[in-house]
Design a protein around this ligand. Structure first.
Ligand code: PLP
Length: 397
């Protein structure tokens, strides 16, 4: 028997399928040239950070006193940053956030890990909506709780309210909503959110408990046209917002985001203290100082979403015309496509023959789909179309 932790070993040695494809893509690009590989594997933003972010960073870095800039902030983050976050979000979304209930983090992954650890007890359940971001399983199990998957409506991939209700038990302590969704790009409609919140109120009353709604928001700002993403604190009281600037400001490598406990949450101050305790126990204190200072000025900055929208339009319109079956995404930068055979892994292997790198989504909670991350150059999208056509033709033969 090994002396190290076997569960940790298992997680570390089984690389995520997305990372594996990404690594394959790097190798393939070195063999045949980057322009000849259509790598749609990774959700790495292809749009540069907003000009305001770049210029603020330059100003910060040219300050004479560099010590304070890089020093520890308070464990929960600078008050100036938390005030800026609350002010912007309250103004733009009517969120009702309180700076005293905000905890700055290293991105959404940290926000989720901390929040789940703060509210879940051993053996409790956390419901997620398929298709879902695969790391949820890792994060929930890290809190010694169990992941429960609610299946979506067939054609729309919206929340299936009946299915959701059937998943709630006395053990349910949290529900994660991710909209716009990774991997489908679907934005959950307001009527679905209202119905979901009604069920949560009914069930918590029935069980005499609190069921926390955890809203995972890295793609909130990436929506197309006049699509609105309902802000959940307006529909339900016990809400924990997990936000990240990774995609909103194209800063995924800088690791900056936050957790906000809605002031309407039952025992909000205590829940916030539990967030602080979970952050402490996981070693997630004092989010990157430089980027906290940046957010204090740039909470309202925006990336140019029109670039992603154009990619979405070219890809979606062309693939549908070729006979691919996919839901038109209203946000994020992913297209969720039905494979032409039951086995999505086999489909992705065939796609590789045409240098198309797609992600099979069997462990995203629904079988037979693949994800295309279209956060790439427009040129890559246009050049990839003939490969998608040939892949389609192979299945028509
Ligand atoms: N949640 C979802 C749905 C994501 O897609 C991602 C990253 O792609 C994360 C959380 C983690 O985000 P971050 O990079 O800010 O930790």
């Amino acid at each position: 028997m090994p002396f190290y932790n076997e569960k940790a070993y298992e997680l570390g040695s089984n690389r995520s399928i997305i990372r594996e494809i990404f690594e394959y893509g790097k190798k393939r690009k070195s063999e045949i040239g980057a322009d000849n590989v259509y790598d749609f594997s990774l959700g790495n933003p292809s749009v540069s950070p907003p000009e305001k972010v770049v210029s603020t960073l330059k100003t910060l870095l040219s300050r004479e006193d560099q010590t304070g800039l890089h020093g520890y902030t308070s464990a929960v983050g600078d008050l100036a940053t938390r005030k800026a976050v609350a002010e912007y979000t309250n103004k733009s979304c009517g969120a009702g956030l309180d700076p005293e209930l905000i905890y700055m983090t290293c991105g959404a992954a940290a926000s989720l890990t901390i929040s789940l650890k703060a509210v879940l007890k051993s053996g409790e359940e956390c419901v997620v909506f398929a298709p879902f971001f695969t790391e949820y399983k890792v994060f929930v199990e890290n809190a010694n709780a169990n992941l429960v998957v609610s299946l979506p409506e067939d054609k729309t991939l919206q929340i299936d309210i009946k299915d959701f209700e059937s998943r709630i038990t006395e053990k349910t302590r949290a529900v994660i909503v991710n909209s716009p969704n990774n991997p489908s790009g679907v934005v959950y409609r307001e009527d679905k959110i209202i119905a979901l919140c009604d069920i949560l109120r009914k069930k918590s009353k029935e069980y005499g408990s609190v069921i926390y709604l955890i809203t995972d928001e890295p793609y909130r700002e990436l929506v197309y046209g006049d699509v609105k993403v309902p802000y959940l604190t307006k529909y339900y009281d016990d809400v924990i917002v997990c936000y990240s600037y990774s995609k909103a400001l194209s800063l995924p490598g800088e690791r900056i985001g936050y957790i906000a406990v809605s002031p309407k949450t039952k025992d909000a101050k205590e829940v916030y203290d539990a967030i602080c305790g979970a952050g402490r126990s996981l070693g997630y204190v004092c989010a990157p100082s430089l980027f906290q200072k940046l957010i204090a000025t740039c909470a309202d900055a925006k990336v140019d979403v029109s670039v992603y929208r154009k990619n979405r339009d070219i890809l979606y319109d062309n693939l549908v015309a070729m006979g691919y079956d996919c839901v038109r995404p209203d946000g994020a930068f992913y297209l969720f496509v039905k494979a032409f055979e039951k086995d999505a892994v086999a489909f992705c292997e065939k796609a590789k023959k045409y240098e198309l790198l797609l992600v099979p989504c069997d462990n995203f909670g629904v079988n037979g789909y693949v994800r295309i991350a279209y956060c790439v150059d427009e040129k890559t999208i246009i050049n990839s179309l003939s490969a998608f056509r040939r892949l389609r033709e192979e299945y028509l033969k």
